[in-house]
Each structure stands twice: as structure tokens, then as C-alpha cells.
Design a binder for this molecule. Structure first.
Ligand code: HAM
Length: 426
């Protein structure tokens, strides 16, 4: 029996992979304009890195990590997100001292053992950015505006940017107490997990997905009512700067995020086009995290984009207009095949994608294949063409992209040149 992929782990086939690459390139270009530099870090870390940063009592750490124990009894986990690894590398490498205001970006696979459904996978990809060293609300706004620019660059619009402030160490305890008071009056309606969360981490009740808990949570107190004056000013400045950049947003006071490291600004970008898994990106500020992981007291802010979800939106928007090769060479006879190999090499040097038709197919079949591959030009080459040093260039239609700088005339010239080289070899 054939072996299948693991549940929740997907193949990315060429049509999709093309969109992945386009998104990654667009993000890299946008990030570079804001002074971000790429960082790569391991896909597996000691589990403690995630439990300490994301939080011992979050769903991610409690239920969703792919973990193993090594021969020395140490627990390691596949990374469920990128921020923890970036911060660890930032500290361990000493970058936090050499470049405390580092702006770092990354792209890669993340792993969460969630129940797979449309838009939710166990291996998925994120593109993320993290900016360290400043708690200036201007930086929060800039990070958010940069994120929205990535979506714009790949033509994904119709998104909702939702922002909130979830306070800081000073305001959080008051909010916690208010949540405990509120949910204690609704114990009978809470799920088993939330009853436990009431003791361990009441804020996590606010992002429980169980319908009865969600219903109660709708009337729960909101963080905005508990913000101290500093946090309030920070949040209103973040909004001021996002507005100044001309980016639309709404305040959604229900955003809490599923990770414990956040302070103050928290945001999500959502869409109506993907069903239940509607968040295409999320992020926020995490001012205590670098210190919590053993580094200096440096604030940070960042986000991660869910690549599969954005690619799905890109795919919905575009009909796949394919061009796998621009020029198809159809050789007739052994000499033409040999010539075709060197001619194709010359065309590729000119920057054109090209294929030489393979053995065992009729000219007609090769023409059909050229059509299917979206080729703009087809050159049928036999003994005659090689003897004459000229060839008819068949144009498959003006609707197909023409290879850069390669006019029909130039193709003809390159052909003649290739014939001369071919003859010189004999
Ligand atoms: P997150 O909200 O957990 O944040 O994930 C960011 C995005 O990754 C989500 O909005 C979603 O698009 C995508 N995503 C998450 N889980 C899955 C899944 N199972 N399948 C498919 N896509 C998924 C973080 O991970 C933070 N590290 C973001 C951040 C960076 N905050 C500050 N800096």
C-alpha cells in the first residue's frame, strides 16, 4: 500500500508553491524597506523555551506541542511559533547587546498538534517580523503598517485590522481579579478546561472556543477598562500613528491572543473569506519577554503571518495563468536533438525559460504539450532548418507572456548564431 503524509501535514504542489514564493518575496521586499534583516533559527528547541515564553497554561503548551524526550531525559519540542526562538537566538548570540534595536524577520514551518480543519494544519508556515529595543508606540504602529503593506503587495485586500491593548504587569492583576469575580459567578456553564483556567490563567477563558464559554465571555469585563494612564496613552498613540499612516483599523476589545507573553498592543488581521479559521496574521508587543528568557530588559513587538491562509486568499483572487516555459523547441531527428540542447542553453542564458521536446512523441503531440505548458513560441527544428540557418518562429498567441527581451527577430538571430556554433564544432 502507498504511504500517505501524516494527518495535518500537507504537500504544497507547484501551483500553490508559486504563491508561497511570491508571498515570501513580497514580504522580504517590504521588510527590507523597513530595515529588517533575516534570521534563521532551529525548528526544535528545549520545551522549556516555549513553556516559559508562550506560557505553561496556554493551549499551545498544554496540548499542542510535538515533543520528544532525548536520551538524557530532556524534553524538546518542534517550534509552535517563531517569537520564542528569535528571542532566544537574539540573547544567545549576544545580538541583544551589539544591536539592541535589531529588527529581525523570518519565514518557515511551525508545528501545532491541533485538530486539522480547513485553514488549520499541524505543520504550517509563518512569515514573521520582530523589532526590539523600544517601547515607542510609533514602532507598534510601524510594525502594523508594514504588515498591512505585505498584504497589499500581494493583492490581498478586504481584510480587517483589529487592535487592542491588553495592559501591562501593573494593570493585568486588576483585570485578572475582575475576570475571576465574573467567571466565578458562571462556574456551572464553564467547560472543564475553563474551570481549571479560572485558577491558573483566567485570561485564557476569553479565547476558549467552546460555545457555552464563548457565550459567557461575551459579557466578561474588558481589559480597556483596567488600563493605567501609561497604557492608555500608549494605546491612543498607537492608534494616532496608524491613522497617520493612512491605514484602516478597528478597536476590538475582545482580542486577548493565545500566548501569554503579550503586553499592551495586541492585534489580529482577519478575513470573511476563509470560514472559521479567519485570522491571517496576529501579533503584538511583548515587553517582558527578553528579560524573562534571560536577556536584558529590552522591549519587543512583532507579528506572524499565516502563510497557508494568505496563499488561499491569493489563490481565490487569481485564475492560475500558467507559463511553465516560454519557448518550446521541437527537434526532428537525432542531429536536431543534439543541436536543440545547445540552442536551449543559449536561450536560457538570455533569460528565457525553455524546454526541448523529448523522444517518443510526434510533432503534433509536442505542439499540444507546448500549448499546455503555456509556451509563447514554438520552434520546429529539422535538418532543413539547420542547413538553412533559419527557422520559422511560431507565435502561440499574444495573450501569453513574451520572454523578456526576446522578440521573434532576436529568437531568429540566436538561432542563426547557434547554427554557426554548431557547424564550427563539426
Ligand atoms: P499566532 O496568532 O499564534 O501568533 O499565529 C500567527 C498566525 O499563524 C495566525 O494568525 C494564523 O494565520 C497562523 N496559524 C496559527 N496556527 C495555525 C495552524 N494550526 N494552521 C495554519 N495557520 C496557523 C504567533 O504565532 C506569534 N508568534 C506572532 C507574533 C510574533 N507575536 C509577536 N511576534
Amino acid at each position: 500500500m502507498a504511504i500517505k503524509a501524516i494527518t495535518g501535514f500537507q504537500d504544497v504542489l507547484p501551483d500553490r508553491a508559486r504563491l508561497f514564493t511570491r508571498l515570501e518575496q513580497a514580504a522580504a521586499e517590504v521588510f527590507a524597506r523597513y530595515g529588517y534583516r533575516e534570521i534563521r533559527f532551529p525548528q526544535m528547541e528545549f520545551s522549556e523555551l516555549f513553556s516559559r515564553s508562550i506560557g505553561q497554561t496556554t493551549d499551545i503548551v498544554e496540548k499542542e506541542m510535538f515533543s520528544l524526550t532525548d536520551s538524557k531525559g530532556r524534553s524538546m519540542s518542534l517550534r509552535p511559533e517563531g517569537t520564542a526562538g528569535v528571542v532566544r537566538a537574539f540573547i544567545q548570540s549576544g545580538l541583544c547587546n551589539r544591536e539592541p534595536q535589531a529588527r529581525l524577520s523570518y519565514s518557515g514551518a511551525m508545528f501545532r498538534h491541533e485538530r486539522p480543519q480547513k485553514g488549520r494544519f499541524r505543520q504550517f508556515h509563518q512569515i514573521g517580523a520582530e523589532a526590539f529595543g523600544s517601547d515607542d508606540p510609533l514602532l507598534d504602529a510601524e510594525v502594523i503598517v508594514m504588515l498591512m503593506e505585505v498584504f497589499e503587495a500581494v493583492g490581498v485586500d478586504d481584510l480587517r485590522l483589529e487592535i487592542n491593548s491588553i495592559g501591562d504587569e501593573e494593570s493585568r492583576p486588576r483585570f485578572r481579579r475582575a475576570l475571576v469575580d465574573f467567571f466565578s459567578g458562571h462556574k456551572a456553564e464553564l467547560c472543564k478546561d475553563c474551570l481549571r483556567r479560572l485558577e491558573t490563567n483566567p485570561m485564557r477563558i476569553l479565547d476558549c472556543k467552546v460555545p457555552s464559554c464563548r457565550k459567557i465571555a461575551r459579557d466578561a469585563p474588558i481589559m480597556l477598562g483596567f488600563l493605567g494612564p501609561e497604557c492608555q496613552r500608549h494605546f491612543s498613540d498607537v492608534q494616532k500613528f496608524i491613522r497617520a499612516a493612512g491605514t484602516d483599523f478597528v478597536v476590538n476589545e475582545r482580542i486577548v491572543r493565545g500566548l501569554d507573553y503579550y503586553t499592551r498592543t495586541a492585534f489580529e488581521v482577519t478575513t470573511d473569506k476563509l470560514g472559521a479559521q479567519d485570522a491571517v496574521a496576529g501579533g503584538g508587543r511583548y515587553d517582558g519577554l527578553v528579560e524573562l528568557l534571560g536577556g536584558p530588559a529590552l522591549p519587543g513587538v512583532g507579528f506572524a503571518i499565516g502563510v497557508e491562509r494568505v496563499v488561499e486568499l491569493m489563490g481565490q483572487a487569481e485564475a492560475p495563468a500558467r507559463q511553465d516555459v516560454a519557448v518550446m523547441i521541437v527537434p526532428i531527428g537525432e542531429e536536431a536533438r543534439e543541436f536543440g540542447v545547445s540552442f536551449a542553453g543559449a536561450l536560457r542564458k538570455e533569460g528565457a525559460s525553455c524546454q526541448v521536446g523529448l523522444e517518443g512523441r510526434s510533432v503534433k503531440a509536442l505542439m499540444r504539450r507546448a500549448d499546455k505548458l503555456g509556451a509563447r513560441y514554438v520552434l520546429v527544428i529539422g535538418e532543413d532548418e539547420i542547413n538553412k540557418g533559419s527557422v520559422d518562429v511560431k507565435d502561440m498567441g499574444a495573450d501569453r507572456p513574451r520572454p523578456k527581451n526576446l522578440t521573434e527577430k532576436r529568437l531568429g538571430e540566436l538561432f542563426s548564431e547557434a547554427v554557426r556554433n554548431h557547424r564550427a564544432k563539426d
